[in-house]
Design a protein around this ligand. Structure first.
Ligand code: SF4
Length: 367
């Protein structure tokens, strides 16, 4: 199964923790960006029909109705098995949801992050828990039957009680899919800069430490499992059959083409990456038939990717004989430390290994 990722980096605000190539840009740049995006998609040589589409960013739910229609019309493969749009809660109207469905969207990912007012305000967002509940009704009424809610463990001011409150809302709203991200404060985010400078505007001093964040994550794993939302990837939980078909590609090394700023592509062998900033992307000089000037070709061999991408899945991976041999020393060390488990030819992260997964993956880059 192959897929398409489309990046739309424009947001209503820059969230305090965010380090993506996204933010608030002049209105005129949005126009130029959509034009560049349409040129890039139009210039693509399709060797396969995409079965999934993912509109991420940024905030693609803020895209003008005509622009969204044009971008999706330019993308082959409709009706897609799965077509997701990331959406900012607090901005979804009934007409808009019906338009998304008419364009072929059948899954919405809501960037809720928290259901607790104080935490939401500190991120710079404006929604409330009740707005999310109302918008889920709007989406369901528009026959969008697959909804993901993003949560962040580790937001400024978060406590065990407030985290439980967010998980209570998950139980109340019963989405098909939940993503839980453990916040690592990036030095380039506004929160990170405040932390370094000792400021107080975004509540940096109130940011939970690593041990607290890990405890919140483990609370979520337990609570979501009790709700029938099983962890199938480090950060992703779903009712059986509602796993993200698109995102599974990233971990199963299937093909995808990415369009727009900072979008990645993988053709089954090589990785490519688009320009990292809106300015650079707009200066690419897109011409139909031209190779995109800003792409960099990665040189990681498939064999290593298999380890540090596939191991994110709870089902683990089935290394072949050469792979077991190639990484023998690292595997033994992590199994002895209780971070990896092996059984029946399968290698997977243990529950403890999930919490330090980056350390495990880093080893496979060098072993
Ligand atoms: S977190 Fe999402 S909505 Fe907030 S600035 Fe970053 S991309 Fe935009």
């Amino acid at each position: 199964m192959a897929g398409v990722y489309i990046s739309y980096p424009f947001c209503a605000q820059k969230c305090t923790y965010c380090n993506f190539a996204s933010g608030v840009f002049p209105r005129a740049q949005e126009r130029s960006y959509v034009e560049a995006l349409l040129k890039e998609i139009g210039a693509h040589h399709w060797e396969w029909r995409p079965e999934t589409v993912y509109l991420g960013g940024g905030t693609p739910s803020n895209m003008a109705a005509d622009d969204l229609r044009a971008v999706l019309d330019a993308t082959p493969g409709r009706p897609w098995v799965e077509a997701t749009i990331e959406a900012a809660p607090g901005s979804i109207a009934g007409e808009q949801a019906r338009h998304w469905a008419a364009c072929g969207i059948n899954r919405v990912s809501l960037g809720v992050q928290s259901f607790v007012d104080k935490e939401i305000r500190r991120t710079g967002r404006k929604h409330t828990a009740e707005m999310v509940a109302q918008e889920m009704r709007v989406l369901r009424a528009a026959a969008i039957g697959s909804i993901n809610i993003d949560l962040i463990a580790g937001l400024s001011g978060q406590t065990e009680a407030s985290w439980r409150e967010s998980l209570d809302w998950i139980e109340r709203l019963a989405p098909e899919h939940v993503s839980v991200y453990m916040l690592e404060v990036d030095e380039d985010s506004r929160l990170g800069k405040e932390l370094l400078a000792g400021g107080a505007r975004y509540g940096a001093a109130d940011t939970p430490d690593d041990d607290q964040v890990a405890a919140f994550y483990e609370m979520a794993v337990e609570r979501l499992a009790a709700l029938g939302l099983n962890r199938y990837e480090i950060s992703n939980f779903a009712r059986p059959g509602w796993e993200s078909r698109h995102n599974l590609k990233y971990w199963k090394l299937e093909r995808y083409a990415g369009f727009g700023v900072d979008a990645h592509s993988f053709d089954g062998r090589m990785r490519k990456r688009n320009a990292e900033t809106v300015g650079e992307y707009l200066n690419c000089g897109w011409q139909v038939g031209d190779a995109p000037q800003s792409w960099q070709v990665g040189d990681l061999p498939h064999i290593d990717e298999h380890f540090f991408v596939g191991l994110r899945l709870m089902e683990g991976i089935r290394p072949d004989a050469q792979e077991w041999q190639r990484h023998d020393a690292a595997i033994r060390r992590f199994v002895d430390a209780g971070l990896l488990e092996t059984a029946g030819g399968v290698l997977r992260l243990s529950n403890r290994g999930v919490l330090v997964s980056n350390e495990v993956f880093a080893e496979f880059l060098t072993s």
